[in-house]
Design a protein around this ligand. Sequence first.
Ligand code: GSH
Length: 180
Amino acid sequence: MKLYDFPPCPFGQKVRIVLAEKGLAYEFVQVDLSQGEQRRPEFLRLNPFGRVPVLVDEETTIYDSTIINEYLEDEYPEPPVLPAIGSSAQRARARSLEDFADTSFTLQVGQLIGEMGKAESDRDQGRIQRMQRSIERVLDYLNHESGQCRCVDKADARTVEHSKPARRNGAVCDRSLTGR
Ligand SMILES: N[C@@H](CCC(=O)N[C@@H](CS)C(=O)NCC(=O)O)C(=O)O
């Protein structure tokens, strides 16, 4: 099995977590997005949209992290990463949380990282404040869903802290980002 991926990509990380949970061996093929390697013809033959991650499992080529993970769950069901078949409501909830992470959390945090990675004088403070408010709503939702308070703050702070551009420009990574 081969995974075409770029280490900082959160969607690739999602797939790598499932591969690790299932104990599946694979070859990591780096597609360096900073060098535009996703636009090379040989990669576009795997994913015409030019995005990582892409999984190649023998004759099967799949792109999009959610679909890759569904494939892994179908093809390699043990150990499962979704609630059992038959527990439809719980499976739906797991999928909703995944969708929420993809559409309402990862993107916003990524945009905030991008803004904080700029030199301070170039940052759009209005945009930063809007993103902080949006992330704060997301964290409230996750804290409510998880029934816990502190872990989400810390996870979010780590995400930003580990961003190289943000670190390079001395971004403050803890409560100041979420305004708490
Ligand atoms: N919905 C896709 C999103 C994948 C995606 O946006 N990947 C980004 C990197 S995190 C990418 O490859 N961007 C390259 C580009 O847009 O040129 C998934 O879940 O796999």
